[in-house]
Design a protein around this ligand. Structure first.
Ligand code: PLP
Length: 404
């Protein structure tokens, strides 16, 4: 996705054309980018040869899931809905892992009936429920136990998951107790140790600490884990000067770990695979000029893309059609929703823009559409995929009549 002369393109189709054809706000994805991301990810971890279970909560469009399946990935799901969708997308049950702190009895039963690869339990209570279902069905159920390694992932507080004050996983002490329990159980087969310490992690240091904790703990259990599931969280750059996680270093840390522990590594990447494959095209409805600020009021809002309102996340905003006239004034890009957090970005300068023109919000492929809602009774936007020069509507725009 890039400018060709003055216009921004998704592969070989201009965003101006896409907006004209499908209206705005519009999510657009590039298949080529997705394919390259997955190939690059795999190349970084060639020797490890991990099972890649795409984190479905980051993007659950079924057409995207089908492409991801065809690129040889499995899925990490966190609800019955996600599980049903990845099965519909044709993802092999032996490539599905189920995470989450609050899996209900019926969700667990459904997963057990489908014989998925792993249920990663996050508490003693959950483990007991899985055991009970196994007993009733006279089945031995493959499980993992999610460890909370008490590590500061140095990411946004709202997306940290591996500190002891976070609700996820179990402490080392509890982990050891649950391992003992699972090993003695006739209905459980303990196959995996899983972790996921947070999202948007830039430094390899938290991962290094995490691997140390896992290594130590596995020794203490004296159990042969077939899988170690390291979760996702690999950080990507949303701003020009932002760093991203050095996968080379992470790879060498894992290789070191594997010398001492022979097991299959599972990754659950979401953002690092899908974030930069998507953009959101939006039209400027009004420009409201104050003395020292221009409010640029867009037809996209926090219901279409919630990350800025939810986490204060920053997504770059660029014009669909470039010009050279820069205005040095504060521009605040906002949506029409009746909430003061409904704003995307504040910049100190922007090119000359006018009402009716288009802008592009970048890197919205992860936690974009999947976090959208009907707040303010606004319809969900459409999603399109550009693949091999062809445009596919992978989700049509919701109609007002569907929600009224
Ligand atoms: C959200 C989540 C992921 C994916 O995180 P990213 O930062 O998108 O890579 C992986 N595993 C679990 C258990 C998650 O909850």
């Amino acid at each position: 996705m890039q400018y060709k002369k003055k216009n921004f393109y998704v592969e070989n189709i201009s965003t101006e054309k896409l907006a004209r054809k499908f209206n705005t706000p519009l999510y657009c994805y590039s298949y080529l980018k997705l394919k390259n991301n997955i190939i690059n990810f795999k190349n970084h971890f060639k020797k490890i040869n991990p099972l890649i279970c795409f984190s479905v909560k980051s993007n659950s469009n079924i057409k995207i899931l089908r492409e991801i399946k065809n690129l040889d990935c499995g899925a990490d799901v966190v609800s019955m809905g996600e599980m049903m969708k990845v099965l519909k997308a044709g993802i092999n049950t032996k490539k599905i892992v189920f995470s989450g702190v609050g899996k209900t009895y019926s969700e667990l039963e459904y997963a057990i009936n489908k014989n998925i690869l792993l249920i990663n339990v996050e508490s003693r209570s959950e483990l007991l429920v899985v055991e009970k279902i196994g007993k009733l069905k006279k089945k031995k159920i493959d499980i993992g136990i999610r460890l909370n390694p008490n590590i500061n992932a140095k990411t946004l507080q709202q997306i940290s998951t591996g500190k002891k004050e976070n609700k996820f996983g179990v402490t080392e002490k509890e982990f050891l107790k649950l391992v003992k329990h699972a090993k003695l159980s006739k209905s459980l087969k303990l196959k995996c140790l899983s972790v996921h310490i947070g999202s948007q992690i830039f430094s390899h240091k938290p991962y290094e600490k995490m691997l140390k904790v896992i290594d130590k703990l596995i020794k203490q259990t004296n159990h042969k884990f077939e899988f170690v599931d390291l979760g996702g969280g690999m950080g990507i750059s949303y701003e020009k000067n932002n760093k991203k996680l050095n996968l080379k270093i992470y790879n060498s840390l894992i290789n070191k770990f594997l010398k001492k522990n022979s097991c299959k590594i599972i990754f659950e990447p979401g953002r690092s695979i899908i974030a930069d494959t998507g953009i959101l095209i939006s039209k400027i409805i009004y420009i409201k000029k104050n003395k020292n600020k221009n409010f640029v009021i867009l037809d996209a809002a926090m219901n279409d893309l919630m990350r800025p309102a939810l986490y204060g996340a920053k997504h770059q905003i660029i014009p669909s059609k470039k010009n050279k006239k820069i205005t040095n004034k504060i521009f605040e890009f906002v949506g029409p929703i009746c909430e003061s957090t409904d704003k995307f970005l504040t910049t100190k300068k922007f090119q000359n823009i006018r009402e009716g023109e288009l802008i592009i919000i970048c890197d919205v492929g992860a936690y974009g559409m999947s976090l959208s809602s009907n707040y303010n009774l606004r319809t969900l936007p459409a999603e399109i995929l550009v693949k091999n020069s062809k445009i596919q509507v992978i989700k049509s725009r919701q109609k007002l009549s569907d929600i009224i």
